[in-house]
Design a protein around this ligand. Structure first.
Ligand code: AMP
Length: 227
């Protein structure tokens, strides 16, 4: 199954993509996470992307498309993928279609997580992650079980994304509204587009996404080696 999670910054794409990845055993691809790893490693791509990301703008299509093409060729994508943060422009959506056509594959569903802007701002303001393992938390909605200690790895160091500050967040919303929102009609025209209430509880959002996947013929749970 190849699916795309769409939605503005803070809509919960990353959280839901990780839930789906665990259930369906397909590749989870978050282009934002990939770029942050490139920045951290100081690669050429990372150096090109850093200031653009800090400004809340979009990294040029050609760089992102190359990065994605490379990622799709990895073994964990052989039974499909969940994309989070890609495509973000119509040319990216077109490039993805071309890559899939070449591999005689298609998109099963494009699912938009709908969340009001005031809720997005509240979510982004409270989010942080473990500096060691990257596990994501939220001060109000998803705190660590024990204050100051990561549930997953026990680390006591946490970080906030540099682009989660109010000025950059505003810019990221502008980029979403101007450059990413036009993707919706692109997919609507294809009968693979669905919307889910992203303001519901985390489990309810996961259930709604899985209901869409059942509707489009994805079995409830794909065995690890079954595809
Ligand atoms: P995210 O973690 O998805 O919010 O992405 C963080 C930042 O990475 C964005 O604000 C962009 O600067 C950059 N980025 C991530 N994915 C893309 C993409 N598909 N196209 C262009 N820029 C991207």
């Amino acid at each position: 199954m190849n699916i795309i999670l769409l939605g503005p910054p803070g809509a919960g794409k990353g959280t839901q993509a990780k839930v789906l990845q665990e259930h369906y055993h397909v590749g989870q691809i978050a282009t934002g996470d990939m770029l942050r790893a490139e920045v951290k490693a100081g690669t050429k791509l990372g150096m090109a992307a850093k200031s653009i990301m800090e400004a809340g703008a979009l990294v040029p299509d050609d760089l992102i498309i190359d990065m994605l093409a490379h990622r799709l060729s990895k073994p964990d994508c052989r039974h499909g993928f969940i994309l989070d943060g890609f495509p973000r422009t119509v040319p990216q959506a077109e490039a993805l279609d071309a890559m899939l056509a070449e591999q005689k594959q298609d998109l099963r569903a494009v699912i938009l997580l709908k969340v009001d802007e005031d809720v997005l701002i509240e979510r982004i303001a409270g989010r942080f992650s473990c500096a060691q393992c990257g596990a994501g938390y939220h001060e109000t909605f998803q705190p660590t079980a024990k204050a100051g200690v990561c549930d997953k790895c026990g680390s006591t160091e946490f970080v906030h994304r540099p682009d989660d500050n109010p000025v950059t967040v505003k810019q990221r919303f502008t980029a979403y509204n101007q450059q990413t929102a036009p993707i919706v009609p692109y997919y609507q025209a294809r009968n693979i587009y669905y919307e889910v209430d992203g303001m519901a509880d985390l489990d309810d959002v996961s259930n709604a996404i899985e209901a869409v996947l059942r509707k489009v013929g994805v079995p409830a749970q794909v065995a690890e080696d079954a595809g």
